[in-house]
Design a protein around this ligand. Structure first.
Ligand code: FES
Ligand SMILES: [Fe+2]
Length: 382
């Protein structure tokens, strides 16, 4: 059994106690996560196809920061802060759009090119030594990785290929049509739970057959005994081959023989970027946890498909996620968040078995160790 003298990160995984409950609501710990994790993390912005024409943009907010991702006339994708260089007005207020001409600040009409360079400022010819070339909206670090655009507030952040070696190959192997994906819809839900509570819930199969009817439906669409949860340093995958005997999925009859690629696939890139493909659904889901504060998180459900006309089963899987499975998990996340405050709880046991089986919680420990390491600088992964 766990010896209280052992540092948390050095526990034997198979006997380890969970991260103490204060890690899920303490405001100081959250402030530290904000600085040490999120302000240095790669944040999913959008699929490259969302920026297919000059002037197309996506705006992403995290904490009090807002970033514009925009394609310019030369075909380059730019990431820059969403702020006017005159008196600091926020420039774009819509999440997506196409900016045909320059970006015009609604306050005094300073106008910017699609790469954030100032083009014109009214009355500037009357102002001493004013040169538009002196004003550029500061850039944000950007990388296109596995068909998606990411940004990072840390100019020195490691390249994603170094941070997540092998992850792109894993995504491409599971989602061969990755480059053809187009946004179908995106829905934000504010969940009153710490971001890690939501991640923890998504990276273990222990609750699949135990927690609710929609989870049992999901388990029945896959070969659950072959559900595998694998961790790599800063990323992880979990999934299973399809149930080849399934006759229907999400209430829709399956009109074709199942193929290997019809399985359930998920991949997580630390700290909070998750992509998945549901069984029999030819659609890529993004499942992003965007923290608002210690106990509130935006859960962003994105759906991408290579098809103009969505297959019926794909459509049904999106609706099922939004109305059935998603809420079933969200309800659990909310009640866990409440429970974590109880004077009657601090640490539980990770249910990690020697075989790291389909119902083992080893990914939860791995994820918590990455968080712990980021906060305390310990060598906390094994
Ligand atoms: S604040 Fe933008 S033009 Fe003045
Ligand atoms: Fe779940």
């Amino acid at each position: 059994m766990h010896n209280k003298q052992t540092p948390w990160h050095a526990q034997d995984p198979e006997q380890a106690l969970t991260l103490p409950s204060r890690y899920f609501f303490d405001k100081d710990i959250f402030a530290q996560e904000q600085q040490e994790i999120f302000m240095k993390a790669w944040h999913f912005g959008c699929h490259v196809n969302e920026l297919s024409e000059p002037g197309a943009y996506v705006v992403r907010d995290i904490f009090d920061q807002s970033v514009i991702l925009m394609r310019d006339k030369d075909g380059e994708i730019n990431a820059f802060h969403n702020v006017c260089q005159h008196r600091g007005n926020r420039l774009l207020t819509e999440t997506r759009g196409v900016q045909k001409g320059t970006i015009r600040c609604l306050y005094h009409s300073w106008c910017y090119a699609h790469n954030g360079d100032l083009r014109a400022a009214p009355r500037s010819q009357n102002i001493k030594a004013f040169n538009v070339d002196d004003f550029h909206i500061p850039k944000v670090r950007l990388q296109v990785f596995a068909g998606s655009v990411y940004f990072n507030f840390d100019a020195d952040a490691e390249d994603m290929n170094t941070l997540f070696p092998g992850a792109e190959d894993a995504i491409r192997a599971a989602i061969p049509k990755l480059d053809d994906m187009r946004l179908v819809q995106e829905d934000d839900v504010i969940v009153p739970a710490n971001w890690k509570v939501i991640m923890d819930n998504s990276i273990e199969g222990y609750h699949f057959q135990l927690s609710g009817p929609h989870h049992i439906d999901l388990a029945s669409l896959i070969n659950f005994s072959d559900y595998k949860l694998r961790c790599f340093d800063n990323w992880w995958t979990y999934g299973a081959p399809p149930n080849f005997d399934a006759k229907e999925a999400y209430g829709v009859a399956l009109d074709r023989q199942a193929e290997e690629g019809d399985g359930f696939f998920n991949i997580g890139l630390f700290p909070h970027n998750t992509f998945y493909q549901f069984p029999f659904s030819q659609c890529m889901g993004t499942f992003m946890m965007i923290p608002l504060d210690a106990e509130r998180t935006i859960l962003r459900f994105g759906y991408y498909s290579p098809y103009e006309q969505l297959p019926e089963v794909t459509q049904a899987s999106i609706q099922w996620m939004n109305e059935d499975l998603g809420p079933e998990d969200i309800d659990l996340n909310i009640t866990v968040q409440k429970g974590l405050h109880s004077l009657g709880y601090d640490q539980g046991r990770y249910m990690i078995d020697a075989a790291r089986s389909n119902e083992s919680e080893h990914l939860v420990l791995h994820f918590h160790r990455l968080v712990y390491q980021a906060l305390h600088g310990q060598s906390a992964t094994d």
